[in-house]
Design a protein around this ligand. Structure first.
Ligand SMILES: N[C@@H](CCC(=O)N[C@@H](CS)C(=O)NCC(=O)O)C(=O)O
Length: 86
């Protein structure tokens, strides 16, 4: 994401952080603004051109829009629970 969990530097990153905090699950954040190589490398790794990028159980899940939609439908909670039990 852009920024940190306490100081997101972009509205899209902030939305994903707020969702994860709302779910009350453990999560780590990488601030891509601190490292241009990580920024470009992650885009190639995920084949996804923007940030934030949410990874669950090591798998790329999606960006802000996908995460928000999945949160609102309840799918995100299911995916997170499955990842935490495996
Ligand atoms: N619709 C996108 C919005 C995210 C977005 O557009 N991010 C832009 C601006 S913050 C971005 O990361 N651009 C590439 C970059 O800054 O490297 C989503 O669902 O995540």
């Amino acid at each position: 994401m852009k920024g940190t969990r306490d100081f997101p530097m972009c509205g899209f990153s902030n939305t994903v952080v707020q969702i994860l905090k709302n779910l009350n699950v453990p999560f780590e954040v990488v601030n891509i603004l601190e490292n241009e190589m990580v920024r470009q490398g992650l885009k190639e790794f995920s084949s996804w051109p923007t940030f934030p990028q949410l990874y669950i159980g090591g798998e790329f899940f999606g960006g802000c829009d996908i995460t928000l939609e999945a949160f609102q439908s309840g799918e995100l909670q299911e995916v997170v629970e499955r990842a935490m039990c495996s």
